[in-house]
Design a protein around this ligand. Structure first.
Ligand SMILES: Cc1cc2nc3c(=O)[nH]c(=O)nc-3n(C[C@H](O)[C@H](O)[C@H](O)COP(=O)(O)OP(=O)(O)OC[C@H]3O[C@@H](n4cnc5c(N)ncnc54)[C@H](O)[C@@H]3O)c2cc1C
Length: 378
């Protein structure tokens, strides 16, 4: 067994959480090593929309964290030559109760200058594919941003390696961590600080920590689509009424309960499968469409056609994408901790577990990593 020299920081997992930790540590001139069990990261971080979505985070701590992350994403994508677009978002209202929720939301955030309620006529300025029939209005927000997760998660390690000499070991599963010692099946490393960012594979390292929490898993179904021979960017990322009940930021709006009751009456499967529909588009003009939310420890790999049909039908209710050709279907899994936005635990003095950023890892990770190195969040 070879004994390597000591590192300042070792990170297990090269998803967005591990990469954010590696970036933050490297910026502090620490000697960093990252381990990823797959030849390329293939977890939730490459399966998402690539949406950096501050508007979904409640006003205060997480919104600020999301905005801090956004600033870091902007800097790092520019430096690393990673595609990104500051395209903002539109929440579309096709019912009076949805419009009322949007108005209540804007009123509750009167100091937020990035929000603007717009008329159906004004929507064209922001997005070219919104369905106008029945549209009551929309909420424009300029803080949302997009990256292409597949590109970003592949290029970030190259950038960190080149600029900060971060050492990456892909295809290396860490099978055991004990304080400052990390072990693979045939090697051992030493680091002053170890960060375990193992995403939904949390049963392997420090399983006892996870067993003692309210953690569960969430499976999401996604699709990719394109309009043949058309690569034009649509503009703002889109969502509509179902999204209002998904994000905590809208929870305080009094009329939300009416929206929820109406959708439950219309089709209870929206609730059963946790469906709300978001639409993003990458630099090649390809759309990411999703998603659903099925919770539990038993994550079966099989996708449900019924869920994809519900998602696509709802997509067609707010877009003019009749010609969309679905080119890929997949699912992703993330850990979720009931009532919390993330899990940070220190099972040993040298070891920090960072996990369970739920559906907001792309949005929150860089900001959270910055705080981990400057504040005591444990
Ligand atoms: C379908 C879907 C859509 C989403 N959309 C968005 C979105 O648009 N915006 C947003 O903000 N968030 C979104 N999210 C949430 C976001 O993707 C996650 O919060 C985030 O990717 C979690 O990152 P992670 O690094 O914790 O996990 P992962 O990306 O799963 O990374 C963990 C990594 O650790 C590796 N690993 C595990 N154990 C070991 C070990 N023992 N040794 C070595 N390597 C190990 C794994 O192989 C994996 O690569 C979405 C999630 C899904 C599933």
């Amino acid at each position: 067994m070879k004994r390597s020299s000591q590192y300042d920081v070792a990170v297990v997992g090269a998803g967005i959480v591990g990469l954010s930790i590696a970036y933050t540590a490297a910026q502090q001139n620490k000697r960093v090593i990252v381990f990823e069990k797959n030849p390329k990261a293939a977890g939730a971080s490459v399966r998402n929309f690539g949406m950096l979505w501050p508007i979904g985070q409640p006003h205060g701590g997480n919104r600020n964290r999301a905005l801090a992350s956004r600033a870091i994403w902007k800097k790092i994508t520019t430096e690393a030559g990673i595609w990104m677009v500051e395209n903002g978002s539109l929440h579309l209202a096709y019912h009076d109760d949805e419009m009322q929720v949007l108005e209540e939301f804007v009123q509750s955030e009167s100091d937020n200058k990035s929000l603007n309620l717009i008329t159906p006529k004004e929507v064209d300025q922001y997005n070219s594919i919104v369905k106008k029939e029945g549209l009551k209005g929309a909420l424009w927000s300029d803080t949302e941003m997009l990256v292409d997760p597949r590109e970003a998660i592949e290029k970030l390690p190259e950038f960190l390696q080149k600029k900060y000499k971060v050492e990456f070991h892909f295809g290396t599963a860490i099978t055991h961590v004990d304080g400052k010692y990390l072990y693979s099946f045939d090697n051992q490393w030493i680091a002053k600080e170890v960060y375990v960012c193992s995403g939904s594979d949390f049963e392997i390292l420090y399983p006892d920590v996870f067993k003692n929490t309210e953690i569960t898993k969430c499976k999401l179904q996604m699709m990719r689509g394109e309009i043949p021979n058309e690569k034009k960017h649509m503009g703002a990322s889109l969502c509509a009424g179902l999204t209002l009940r998904h994000y905590a930021s809208f929870a305080q709006c009094p009329t939300l309960k009416e929206v929820v009751a109406r959708y439950d009456k219309e089709n209870i499967l929206y609730k059963k499968y946790g469906i709300h529909v978001l639409l993003s588009q990458n630099g090649n003009g390809e759309f990411s469409i999703g998603d659903s939310h099925e919770y539990g420890w038993e994550m079966m790999p099989f996708d449900k056609t019924e869920i994809n049909e519900l998602i696509l039908n709802y997509l067609h209710s707010f877009t003019n994408l009749q010609n969309i050709k679905i080119t890929e279907r997949w699912n992703g899994v993330y850990p979720k901790l009931s009532g919390q936005s993330f899990l940070i635990e220190k099972p040993q003095p040298e070891v920090t577990i960072v996990n369970a950023l739920g559906g907001a890892g792309m949005t929150l990770s860089f900001g959270l990593a910055a705080e981990i190195f400057t504040k005591n969040l444990v």
